[in-house]
Design a protein. Structure first.
Length: 241
């Protein structure tokens, strides 16, 4: 085989390898979406309300998360009898944590808003990722606490890069690791998902989430509740707090 033929054969191998990896990424994504309820059901999810509690170093904090798809989210929590609020919209956000010493609601920094805006997509980051202009690559397999998981690399249009780990035994997403820049500093956040349950119209949700700083356990999830947009405005401070 001459040099030209050898190079041509090598090029065909590389093309074949890239198509296999691209197909593998789509195959993993399709199995994942089918396992958690199917694309149609997730396309029909427009709002959500999740009720539960955060266990922060032994302190249990009641929490409610309310989200309107691609529009806004609000987290309400109660600590030491004081109500904290975290709001993120497509254009900005507010935070008010009186138990942390805040006297008035404060506008969130652009970086803080950017890092949280992924949560506005309640239909899931892998649903229609190509239409969103994002890329997903199949990296291979990687161990996650004893489970050999499919590893995907998701690169979003805002520059955020996430590694997603999917359990081959049930095709559920059990971990994400995201790198982003917040207030000028590089940060990496790892989130673990477990205790999966079928909710509402057949969608599968993790009822337990671990974010390193504490565990979140949900006790109730409402699918497509009616939500008043006014709850996403700047919080009104209760004088008692």
């Amino acid at each position: 085989m001459n040099t030209r033929s050898l190079l041509f054969a090598f090029a065909l191998v590389l093309i074949g390898m890239s198509s296999v990896f691209a197909q593998s990424a789509d195959e993993v994504v399709d199995k994942y979406l089918a396992a958690i309820g199917g694309k149609d059901a997730w396309h029909n999810l427009h709002s959500i309300r999740m009720v539960g509690e955060v266990n922060a170093n032994g302190t249990k904090i009641p929490m409610t998360l309310t989200v309107v798809h691609k529009k806004a989210m609000r987290q309400d929590m109660t600590v030491m009898g004081m109500s904290g609020i975290n709001i993120v919209t497509a254009n900005g956000g507010w935070v008010y944590m009186p138990f942390a010493g805040q006297k008035e609601p404060e506008a969130q920094t652009p970086d803080a808003v950017k890092m949280q805006q992924d949560q506005l997509d309640i239909q899931g980051q892998l649903l229609d990722y190509k239409q969103k202009g994002e890329t997903c690559e199949y990296i291979g397999k990687e161990d996650v606490d004893g489970t050999e998981c499919y590893k995907l690399k998701l690169t979003k249009t805002n520059g955020t890069v996430s590694s997603l780990f999917i359990d081959p035994s049930n095709n559920y997403l059990i971990r994400t690791t995201t790198k982003a820049k917040v207030d000028g500093q590089d940060q990496e956040q790892t989130i673990n998902f477990s205790n999966f349950e079928k909710v509402g119209n057949g969608l599968i949700f993790p009822m337990a989430i671990n974010m390193g700083m504490g565990d979140v356990k949900f006790t109730k999830i409402e699918i497509n509740p009616t939500i008043d947009d006014k709850i996403f405005d700047k919080p009104v401070v209760d004088d008692k707090h």
